[in-house]
Design a protein around this ligand. Sequence first.
Ligand code: KG4
Ligand code: ZN
Length: 368
Amino acid sequence: MTLLALETSCDETSAAVVRHGIVLANVVSSQIKLHQEYGGVVPELAAREHLKNLLPVARAALSEAGVSASSLEAVAATQGPGLAIALLVGFKAAQAVAFALNKPFLGINHHEAHLYSPWIQRATDTPPSPLGGERAGVRGGHPPATRDENRLAADFSQFQPNVSLIVSGGHTLLVSVESELNHRVLGGTIDDAAGECFDKTGKLMGLAYPAGPIIDRLAAQGNPAACDFPRPLLRDANDDFSFSGLKTSVRYFIRDHPAWLEDPQKIRDLCASVQAAIVEVLVKKTIRAAQREGVRCVTASGGVTCNRRLRQELECACKAHGFTLRLADPGLCTDNAAMIGILAERKLLAKVPLPPLDEEVKPGWALA
Ligand code: KG4
Ligand code: ZN
């Protein structure tokens, strides 16, 4: 099946073409620079930018994939959660394409797409499987990706029940994935998300938006033990997260030690200490949930999964506790339409019921 997917839930305009689990093209136009001067995403500006960029991005994806619009067999788009006026742009455009081509359309939950993104790997990283794309629970699998292409391809033949950490700018979730397309949310953030904590503490340090990648870079030369920030909810016997108290501690620390922001090395130490606190909570709670759920596999996805310390610490912890770890490809951690397209194709192959074509966006659509 050749499918076009659109993603416009926040500040990335993205279009992807997927076919038989292979990502033929995944074009992402980021608006980060536009929102930087406001210190965060401005919904109205995001929507206007999506309107401006959607057609060029979709055209580029079709051209890179070598696919004409008339040969598309299905269309998908992010339906939620996200900014309502941003979601509307991609979702309504995708519905219109499906209407014009008279092809099936599927609205996708953005977090569910993150959830399965760790099963999309570079073809060269994916060992060939005797089962190909076929696996229990989903009919109509697809052949494995051609190994000599460095293309992203989904490989659900390796699928096993897992506990999945989704860490993005707006959400921190722990999810138990019992089988493909069958999951249960274990816990989430009760206030700030992990990405938000990176971004807001970075702002307190005077770093540009989004501060996550900058903290990652500066922390590499900092001392993670320089400041002893709290590890919120680490000892609580639940799978919830709370990062606003950590942000407040950083605020008070900076208020009490203003000279730290004048010293580049002290800023690096501050970054390393904040990062260490966030990562320790994420890793320990993920491992604990995986042990309790009795799974053998841990996965992680979402923008914060780009973080090098998080990747390293998850690798160490999973090794120590005997878990298989699947991290989303760095190119698919932040928002992209490839993960939307791959999940939509799996759902269409699994013959999920098609919703009516005049469905609306769901800005607050929580993963169940
Ligand atoms: O998944 P995503 O692209 O957007 C949402 O759906 O929210 O995640 C964006 C978030 C931002 O908070 C950004 O600071 C964070 O991911 N992020 C990072 C890194 N790269 C992106 N946080 C820490 N370290 C990074 N390397
Ligand atoms: Zn996201």
